[in-house]
Design a protein around this ligand. Structure first.
Ligand SMILES: Cc1cc2nc3c(=O)[nH]c(=O)nc-3n(C[C@H](O)[C@H](O)[C@H](O)COP(=O)(O)OP(=O)(O)OC[C@H]3O[C@@H](n4cnc5c(N)ncnc54)[C@H](O)[C@@H]3O)c2cc1C
Length: 424
């Protein structure tokens, strides 16, 4: 067990100058962890203003416990505590299964939260700044000198360091150099529409109000698609994501190189989900005027997380992009940060390579397992009506490894949520 106050403990190793590339959730978490051990941390972020997309996300207990230890203050973060997962049939809305979380604090050592991404990003920014992390916006890293090492920013500015932590996301421009060959992320074939609906709109409709008043993560499962929704900001907002295979859309597919689009009417969604139950259709009617459509990518296993010189390392989506269906991508980045912090706490400049290899060996198998579990869920959620779907609907009710829903099996739940990334 890790001492609850251990975030106050400063590492015994030398103080390193660390440059973190990317101020997404992964980059911020890495910066916080390292700053807690008195390393001097600078984040270089290409965007001129810091933020996150307008959408919800979940913070599972395996991440929550790290945030708490690291003194990330969530007092004023508007949050919703999740009841668990509820699965419904797509056409009549009948319940396939309820999978309550029970008391996650007791079972897994941390709460299970549903939040707005921008709110979460903002508390991490506050914590990083309070710890003295320097955050430079408008600094797009164009090149690396892997030996010094140094990050070279657009315009030619060289930012030297002892270590570079690269958290530049799914489309990472650095990943290829680590592998010695191109390694673009894999197109999973799925796209998502991410939408926020004012909670009041649903509360005033008797058919919809339970979606707010009973904070389940609700998933409607149907052929080639699923719709997932949950309240955030204590019910002020309902976050809903329409997920479907791109081939099942009647509308214009993404063009090569296009990954995200702003959509300004809901006609695509109306057509795609025309035979889904009334509540799904109502969610579409509430979808507002502008929302995001994303193409989803992942990668199975990235061989090299550590650059051969031992002075640069990958973290977060840059090294383990995954389908969002396990709602664990950012939680995995949080675990990365925790492990990185700990291996570096006793490292010297000369032993960086060994410490970073340990980071990879601890993180790679677990992140890869979660990534693969996302693919299993993709198949289970999107089954067409038929024998496999009928089987799914039987096994979904059993605490058994044949339950196709990850959280339906207690041992798997424990493995995912009970994990303590700092306990090694
Ligand atoms: C629909 C959806 C739902 C999800 N839900 C959840 C959930 O409920 N729970 C969960 O844990 N995870 C969830 N995830 C996954 C989670 O969003 C990601 O895993 C996480 O945001 C990755 O963070 P990151 O910092 O690694 O990458 P990013 O958030 O992509 O950040 C990368 C940053 O690097 C910057 N950057 C890129 N290139 C450069 C450069 N050359 N120079 C400087 N800066 C650069 C970018 O501007 C960006 O700010 C979801 C994902 C999706 C798509």
């Amino acid at each position: 067990m890790v001492d609850q106050d251990s975030y106050l403990h400063r590492g015994d190793g030398v103080r390193l100058d660390v440059v973190v590339v990317g101020a997404g959730l992964g980059g911020l978490l890495a910066a916080i962890g390292l700053a807690l051990d008195n390393h001097r941390v600078t984040i270089l972020e290409q965007a001129t203003s810091f933020g996150e997309v307008g959408a919800g996300m979940r913070i599972p207990p395996n991440c929550f416990k790290i945030l708490r230890r690291w003194g990330v203050d969530i007092t004023y973060l508007k949050k919703t505590y999740s009841n668990g997962n509820r699965f419904l049939r797509y056409d009549d809305g009948s319940t396939l299964a309820d999978m309550p979380h029970g008391v996650p604090e007791l079972d897994f050592g941390g709460s299970y939260l549903m939040v707005h991404r921008a709110d979460y990003h903002s508390v991490l920014l506050d914590r990083a700044r309070a710890l003295g992390v320097v955050i430079r916006g408008g600094h797009r890293v164009e090149e690396y000198d892997w030996n010094t090492p140094a990050a070279i920013v657009q315009g030619g500015l060289r930012v030297p360091a002892d270590l570079i932590v690269i958290a530049d996301g799914v489309q990472s421009s650095a990943r290829a150099a680590f592998q010695g060959h191109e390694l673009p992320p894999t197109d999973t074939g799925d796209i998502v529409y991410r939408i926020l609906i004012p909670g009041q709109d649903l509360l005033s409709d008797p058919d919809m109000r339970d979606l707010i008043s009973q904070p389940w993560v609700t998933s409607w499962c149907g052929p080639d698609a699923h719709v997932i929704g949950y309240p955030v900001r204590g019910g002020e907002v309902y976050n809903v994501v329409f997920c479907c295979s791109e081939k099942s859309m009647q509308d214009r597919p993404f063009q090569p190189g296009e990954n995200k689009l702003v959509i300004s009417d809901n006609s695509e969604l109306r057509r795609r989900f025309s035979d889904w139950e009334p509540r799904v259709k109502k969610l579409i009617e509430h979808s507002g005027k502008e929302f995001l459509k994303w193409r989803l990518y992942d990668l199975d296993l990235v061989d090299n997380w550590v650059y051969p010189t031992g002075k640069a390392v990958l973290l977060g989506d840059a090294v383990h992009p995954m389908l969002p269906y396990m709602s664990s991508g950012a939680a995995m980045a949080c675990e990365d940060a925790a492990v990185l912090r700990k291996v570096l706490s006793t490292a010297t400049k000369d032993s960086l390579q060994t410490a970073l290899q340990k980071y990879q060996s601890l993180r790679q198998p677990r992140a890869s397992k979660v990534q693969k579990a996302g693919r299993v869920l993709q198949e289970a959620y999107h089954l067409p009506d038929g024998e496999a779907q009928r089987d799914r609907d039987i096994w979904i009710l059993k605490d058994d490894e044949r339950n196709p829903i990850y959280w339906g099996h207690k041992a798997r739940r424990q493995w995912l949520f009970g994990h303590d990334a700092e306990d090694f």
